[in-house]
Ligand binder design. Structure first.
Ligand code: NDP
Length: 503
């Protein structure tokens, strides 16, 4: 920094003579309107905050790279995945979901797991979670669901009644509820959790053949979780523990990494698959679709400025490069709209020009023009329409994705595929969890559900019972519920159960 650079200036580079005393009429007089430095400083301060994300508001991020470790060209033509050993720069952001920007990192909540790949074909955004499934499978339910996870409209406090009322009236949530209330709902740090696409995506190769895929970023640090008691203590003593942990690990050279494993199905396999592959409340059992290791994600550089690089980082599941496309998962389709829409609201129409969001490997050559905060030359004097005969950029047919067969009558359909919502969470409880996992799961549920009204406790516990009788029985015992009533409610249809437990 030169001596000249050390001089304090206004935002417009004008040297400031005094930054301690406002301009006043006499030594004891009022401030004069002409103190432009004071007015500018206060006005900018008043605008320091931007709208926080409605979900995933609290997060931490870092830069690094992704390295390909296996040949995947038979499934995708994405250039950043085109050869073993190829590296692509990335920026990753991890987050909690429901809490505000100042909330505690140890909250029981899914964790966001987003990775921006700065590829030579533009930015590819992977926007996943640390859970392989989700609570709901139709985006019409999303705003209602999120409201129940946040604050009560009257008390402005989290509310167990609305939390469990919605979930118990939405039994498709039972799989994700079981994972959320296991100790995986409170990961020890962002480094000690996996990241899953949860959704199914489409990969397609250079021959135009397509495949359905799911992503699993498996932590190389090992899964490590907090117990309810540990999480409760950390929320008070160190609400930023995971944010600090990520920063400190990278600062001292202990770079976290994840191994990317893919589950891949051909369209033919998908057609005959036992589970609806676009139902985000279901996983693809490993035994039936063995994951294939294909790469490594390493984070090795901290951001310098949190606001510029992490708060303004903007991901959208619709940012896909040739070789990768979306699937007919309704939740995914709605996210393609909602993420971009959120960033337009938070950051403005030119958020793609913010350095962390800017495509680094392949610059933008579009006809989008103008708008607030257009900070580059805005396309200069080049044509601003297509088609044109002045040598402007044109579409490349090679970037088109292969078609998929779709047909049907326009209507509002409930999921009718023969999908049982209770088998997979039951298998998780019976076959995957250890006895300690099960005991902690039941304890975590009892601790939280115990705050809800008795009728809601009964309705939700019947759903646990439907997933597994031992699961439901232990929750009923923990809550002191009438087990016979839980069993009776478990035999009813969802509509009958809702009617039997109405207010
Ligand atoms: P597997 O036995 O092959 O896989 C079970 C997987 O469950 C493990 O690989 C691990 O996933 C994950 N897991 C282990 N402990 C827990 C826990 N306490 N809470 C949540 N997940 C845990 O069985 P399936 O593939 O047949 O799946 C059985 C159940 O396992 C599923 O219903 C699902 O709930 C859960 N699961 C399945 C995943 C999948 O994609 N098939 C992914 C994650 C969970 P990981 O190796 O990813 O850590």
């Amino acid at each position: 920094m030169s001596d000249k650079d050390r001089t304090l200036t206004t935002a417009f580079g004008i040297p400031v003579g005094d930054d301690q005393n406002s301009l006043t009429a006499g030594p004891r007089g009022p401030i004069l309107m002409q103190d432009a430095h004071l007015l500018e400083k206060l006005a900018h301060f008043d605008r320091e905050r931007i709208p926080e994300r409605v979900v995933h508001a609290k997060g931490a991020g870092a830069y690094g790279y992704f390295e390909v470790t296996a040949d995947v060209t038979q499934w995708t033509k994405a250039k950043f995945l085109s050869s073993v050993g190829k590296r692509t720069e990335v920026f990753a952001r991890f987050s909690t979901v429901g809490g505000e920007k100042g909330s505690a990192d140890a909250a029981r909540d899914p964790r966001g797991f987003a990775v921006k790949f700065y590829t030579e074909e533009g930015n590819y955004d992977f926007v996943g979670n640390n859970t392989p499934v989700f609570f709901i499978r139709d985006p019409l339910k999303f705003p209602d669901f999120i409201h129940t996870q946040k604050r009560h409209p009257a008390t402005n406090c989290p509310d167990p009644d609305m939390f469990w009322d919605f979930l118990s009236l939405t039994p498709e949530s039972i799989h994700q509820v079981t994972i959320l209330f296991s100790d995986r709902g409170t990961p020890a740090t962002y480094r000690h959790m996996n990241g899953y696409s949860s959704h199914t995506y489409k990969w397609y190769n250079a021959r135009g053949e397509y495949f359905w895929v799911q992503y699993h970023f498996k932590t190389d640090q090992g899964i490590k979780n907090l117990t309810r008691q540990q999480a409760q203590a950390l929320k008070g003593s160190d609400p930023d523990h995971a944010t600090r942990d990520l920063h400190q690990a990278i600062a001292k050279g202990d770079f976290p990494s994840w191994t990317l494993e893919m589950q891949i199905l051909t369209p033919e396999q998908a057609r005959d698959f036992k589970w609806d592959i676009t139902d985000i409340t279901k996983v693809w059992p490993h035994a039936e679709v063995p994951p294939i290791k294909i790469g490594k994600l390493v984070l090795d550089r901290n951001p310098v400025n949190y606001f510029a690089e992490v708060e303004q980082a903007a991901f959208c599941p619709g940012n896909l490069v040739p070789g990768i496309a979306i699937s007919p998962d309704k939740m995914l389709q709605a996210r393609v709209f909602s993420y971009h829409d959120t960033h337009l609201h938070r950051l403005g129409p030119n958020y793609h020009l913010i350095p962390v969001n800017r495509p680094k490997g392949r610059p933008e050559t579009s006809y989008q023009r103008d708008g607030f905060m257009r900070t580059d030359d805005g396309g200069g004097s080049g044509p601003n329409y297509w088609p044109n005969s002045f040598g402007g950029p044109g579409p490349d047919p090679a970037a088109k994705e292969p078609s998929i067969p779709l047909e049907g009558e326009a209507d509002r359909y409930a999921y009718s595929f023969p999908n049982d919502d209770f088998v997979q969470p039951g298998n998780l409880y019976r076959q995957v969890m250890t006895e300690t996992d099960r005991a902690n799961l039941v304890g975590n549920i009892v601790d939280h559900l115990g705050g809800a009204q008795k009728r809601i406790q009964l309705r939700q516990t019947a759903i646990f019972y439907k997933a597994d009788p031992d699961y439901g029985t232990r929750v009923a015992q923990g809550l002191g519920l009438d087990l016979a009533e839980v069993k009776r409610l478990a035999t009813l249809s969802q509509e009958e159960r809702a009617a039997a437990t109405a207010a």
